[in-house]
Every structure is written in C-alpha cells, then in structure tokens.
Write a protein that binds this ligand. Structure first.
Ligand SMILES: Nc1ccn([C@@H]2O[C@H](COP(=O)(O)OP(=O)(O)OP(=O)(O)O)[C@@H](O)[C@H]2O)c(=O)n1
Ligand SMILES: C[C@](O)(CO)[C@H](O)COP(=O)(O)O
Length: 222
C-alpha cells in the first residue's frame, strides 16, 4: 500500500499576529513545520510527504532547510486561498489506491505511533478522524442568552485525518462550502460516515501566541 501525508502550510497565521506565518516560527530550535514533517517521516510506515505552501514562501522554506540541514524528502506544492484549496492542490500528486493523511503543519506535537494507528484504521475502515472529548462545560449563545449543552455529545476534532484515496479524491471534486472547516466535513457532505478515533490532548493546534507557550512546555516533556 502507498501512504501519503499532505502537510498543509499555506496559511498566513493572522490570529498569531507574528511577522511571518506561524508555521515558520521556532519551537525548540526548529521551525514548527519541521517538527510536523519529522513526525511523519519515520519507520515503520514512511509516507510520501507533500508539503503545501504559498509560493511567496518557497524560497524562504528552501533557505530554512539549508540552515537547519533538513533533508527529509518532500515535494513542495503551491497553497491556495483557503485550506480546502490547499488540500486540493496537494491531492493532485496523490495516486490511487493509497491511504492519505492530511495534517495541519501547525500541530507539531504528534508521535509517529499516533500517525501509524490512524493510517491503519483508515486503511481498514475508509477514514480515521482523531477527536478528544470536550472537558469543559459547554454553552450555546444565541440572542443574548446562553443555554447549557450536554458535553457528553461534543468532541474536538484534530488532524491528521486519514482517508482511503478513492473517497478523498472524489470528495474534493465538490464545490467549496464555508462549512468545510476540515477534511472530515468534506467527505461527510458526500454522505460518508465519519469514524472518530482517539485523539490526543497534547496534539494542540498553534493558533494564538499562548499556544506556542503551551507547545514549548509540552515538547520539553515528550
Ligand atoms: N489557505 C490556507 C489556509 C490554511 N492552511 C493551513 O491549514 C492549517 C490550519 O489552519 P489555521 O490554523 O487556521 O492557519 P492559518 O490560516 O494560517 O491561521 P489564521 O486563520 O489565524 O490566519 C495550517 O497549517 C495552515 O497553514 C493552508 O494550508 N492554506
Ligand atoms: C482542521 C482543523 O485543525 C481541525 O480541528 C481545524 O478545523 C482548522 O481550523 P481553522 O479554522 O483553520 O483554524
């Protein structure tokens, strides 16, 4: 079986508010993005890595690779205006049959074993979507009022999300919709049942400056 990892790094990091997109910020001496790629490119399951990035940053990335002697094999593809478009661009390099993981470049705190388990689950069942149970109380706010919801029903969804290539390639032929906030929502729109698997609370997405502080604390203990 062929395995692919599409690492999406085409965003601008507007909520982080840094000088450069957050995927290039350093975490424990390495750009965040390199941690994510390194977690994928390991034995026993070595996927082909497709890195999606805005063309304006390709030269910057190449320089960073030289600076950090980063030699992990990967193919660079241009990012799009939305995450959906970036994933779609990455999918142009995917041959079928295969199993494809799609991962946010800015979730660097994953282990290779976590990735392997997701690939194997998707290979057997068609998709594998990691999610963690909501730990806080949760309220819905509407018309200036809030009501308590039963948190037993709510999960927070992570990446990498893994799929058999046939389903994924077909799903990404659909027109973009705003509610496509992840890849699971894209295949679900086609009527495919989403299979949730165990996520990892440490697998945070670096979105705001404080997330970088949490990541530094966690990576120091991994
Ligand atoms: N056009 C886009 C937008 C997002 N992403 C990627 O999708 C992942 C999750 O997106 P998010 O955390 O929202 O990143 P940004 O879009 O960069 O952040 P912001 O919304 O704050 O601008 C990131 O790895 C980001 O680089 C992408 O590849 N192409
Ligand atoms: C794909 C994702 O990380 C799953 O939790 C998330 O939906 C990305 O969201 P964002 O709006 O791009 O921050």
């Amino acid at each position: 079986m062929t395995y692919y990892a599409i690492i999406v790094a085409g965003g601008t990091g507007s909520r982080m508010g840094a000088q450069i997109p957050k995927q290039f910020l350093e975490l424990k001496g390495l750009p965040i993005l390199m941690h994510s790629i390194k977690a994928f490119y390991q034995w026993p399951l070595v996927p082909k890595i497709i890195l999606v990035m805005h063309p304006d940053y390709h030269d910057h990335w190449k320089k960073l690779c030289e600076e950090h002697k980063f030699t992990t094999p990967h193919t660079l593809v241009s990012g799009g205006k939305t995450r959906f478009e970036s994933v779609k661009n990455g999918l142009t390099l995917v041959n079928t049959p295969s199993v494809v993981a799609i991962h946010d470049a800015v979730r660097p705190l994953i282990s290779h074993q976590f990735i392997v388990d997701l690939f194997h689950y998707a290979q057997q069942h068609g998709n594998a979507i990691p999610a963690v149970k909501c730990r806080d109380s949760i309220r819905k706010v509407e018309n200036n009022a809030s009501i308590a919801l039963n948190r037993e029903y709510y999960y927070l969804v992570q990446t990498p999300q893994c799929f058999s290539s046939e389903i994924l390639l077909k799903a990404y032929e659909q027109d973009y919709k705003e509610e496509f906030t992840d890849d699971a929502s894209v295949i679900e729109h086609m009527g495919v049942k989403i299979l949730l698997t165990d996520g990892d609370y440490k697998n945070i997405k670096i979105t705001y400056p404080e997330d970088l502080l949490f990541a530094e604390a966690i990576i120091g203990r991994l």
